[in-house]
Design a protein around this ligand. Structure first.
Ligand code: UD1
Ligand code: MG
Length: 457
């Protein structure tokens, strides 16, 4: 196998997106388009990946990190000009260079691998990845001669009426002999409707020099979709969503209504987990097996064990154990650590708190900045008063504690192991273990009160 290099084109502003966000950073299923491309390219055993940046260079580099090297294209004069920016890094090297656009987020590594193979088997100087498009509008068209050999690519704007009828399109992904690529790039002109240096012109240049130029057609147009505007972005989202959902279903996840279930590209889900409609799972979430999630549940960046049920709730950036029962209508906010067999019920908000094994907050509570031990029962309406307007304080509730309904625990405060807090208490001082603490006015009944009211009348 020859040395492999890759150039990813990501310098364009993406004018047609009409957005402040640079095109290749627009997310598809929660992940920026260019990151999808790089994640696939990385799987191809490439020696050097060079990403061409321009608009939003810093943000693109921040997104991709050290997985790629970078070359800056200060002015966007076209795709050929973009590849030229990698000259200092790649020119003259022996090997094959893959060029792929940062706005084709659906491209799969298997397809690019097949493209490399085809290119190498035919000892070609250039191989274009093409696809059949029912609606080819906007794409470069592949022009073949009478023998079926590739002659050149003509851009939409430069194409004649006849050429526009061609449905074989340039997907924007190519393999080139690296040396031949940089020699041919010097010969590309900007003599076209857009006044740009077109990378596809390299094909015609090599062809006219008698070199072998081929095309590899992939059967799946959906994979090669180029995103230039928001309509195509929504199509990419829909293709990617379907691909992700199908992969999970093949791995043993039940998705009741795939069209209403949204799973991020990097989410992992165990088998026999069931997802109900309206579920949105994003970020680096990992969900174990035999869980039930949804309906109408939002989970981001959470690590969830096995056999856990989360209904009509939101959970973010937290650890949730096994056999946990959350919802309906609960909110688990960041940095929470919910251990096994915990119950977080209706209208309970948890923030930056630990819940030990088997503890319960079943109804109407706010538990923030708290360390809750094992087998604790937080009655309906238990509140940690964690904030004095300036600073946040810790509430410690040790193992086996019982907090009566409608209690305020004013932090910093510790409720000792096995203690009881009477319903309606406002606790401002530590409660020793095993104690019963009552912190409210004793009840007074005024006898015959209504009669006294009548006298006044
Ligand atoms: C390009 C191809 C077209 C192909 C289509 C596939 C050219 C001239 N045309 O058209 O044949 O069918 O992709 O999706 O190549 N970029 C730069 N610097 C530039 C210009 C573009 O880095 O100076 C980057 C863009 O950020 C983008 C990619 O190159 O990621 C493609 O550019 P775009 O303007 O989207 O080209 P298309 O019109 O889609
Ligand atoms: Mg494009």
């Amino acid at each position: 196998m020859s040395n492999r290099y890759a150039v990813i084109l990501a310098a364009g502003q993406g004018t047609r997106m009409k957005s402040k966000l640079y095109k290749v950073l627009h997310p598809v299923c929660g992940k920026p388009m260019v990151q999808h491309v790089v994640d696939q390219v990385i799987k191809l055993n490439i020696k050097e990946i060079v990403t061409i940046t321009g608009h939003g260079a810093e943000m693109v580099e921040q997104q991709l990190g050290s997985s790629s090297k970078y070359a800056l294209q200060e002015e966007q004069l076209g795709t050929a000009h973009a590849v030229m920016q990698a000259r200092d890094m790649l020119e003259g090297k022996e090997g094959v260079t893959l060029v792929v656009c940062g706005d084709t987020p659906l491209i799969k590594h298997e397809t690019m691998e097949a493209l490399f193979k085809h290119h190498e088997e035919l000892s070609a100087k250039a191989t274009i990845l093409t696809a059949h498009a029912e609606n080819p509008f906007g794409y470069g068209r592949v022009i073949r001669n009478d023998m079926g050999m590739v002659e050149k690519i003509v851009e939409q704007k430069d194409a004649s009426e006849e050429e526009r009828k061609i449905k074989e399109i340039n997907t924007g992904t190519y393999c080139f002999d690296n040396k031949a690529l940089f020699e041919a790039l010097n010969k590309v002109t900007n003599d076209n409707v857009q006044g740009e240096y077109y990378l596809p012109d390299v094909i015609e240049i090599l062809k006219n020099e008698g070199e072998v130029v081929t095309a590899y057609q992939t059967a799946d147009f959906g994979e090669t979709l180029g995103v230039n505007d928001r309509v195509a972005l929504s199509q990419a989202e829909s293709f990617m969503k379907q691909r992700i959902n199908e992969e999970h279903m093949r791995n043993g996840v039940t998705i009741i209504d795939p069209s209403n279930t949204y799973i991020g590209a990097d989410v992992k889900i165990g088998s026999d987990t069931v997802l109900y409609p309206g579920t949105i799972i994003s970020g680096n979430t990992v969900i174990g097996s035999e869980c039930v999630i949804g309906p109408h549940t939002e989970i981001s960046d959470c690590h969830i064990g096995e056999g856990t049920v989360i209904r009509q709730s939101a959970a973010h950036d937290s650890h949730i154990g096994s056999q946990v029962n959350i919802g309906p209508f609960a909110h688990i906010r960041p940095q929470s650590d919910i251990h096994d067999e915990v119950k977080i019920g209706n209208f309970v908000e948890v923030k930056k708190s630990v819940f030990g094994k088997g503890s319960k907050a079943s109804h109407l509570s706010y538990i923030g900045d708290a360390e809750v031990g094992k087998d604790v029962n937080l009655g309906c309406g238990s509140i940690t008063v964690n904030y004095d307007g300036k600073n946040k304080f810790l509430t410690k509730i040790e193992d086996g504690v019982f907090i009566g309904c409608n209690s305020n625990l004013v932090a910093p405060v510790t409720i000792g192991e096995g203690a009881y807090v009477a319903a309606g208490s406002t606790i401002t001082e530590d409660v020793p273990g095993e104690a019963l603490s009552i912190a409210r006015a004793r009840q007074v009944n005024k006898e015959n009160y209504t009669q006294k009211l009548n006298i006044k009348k």
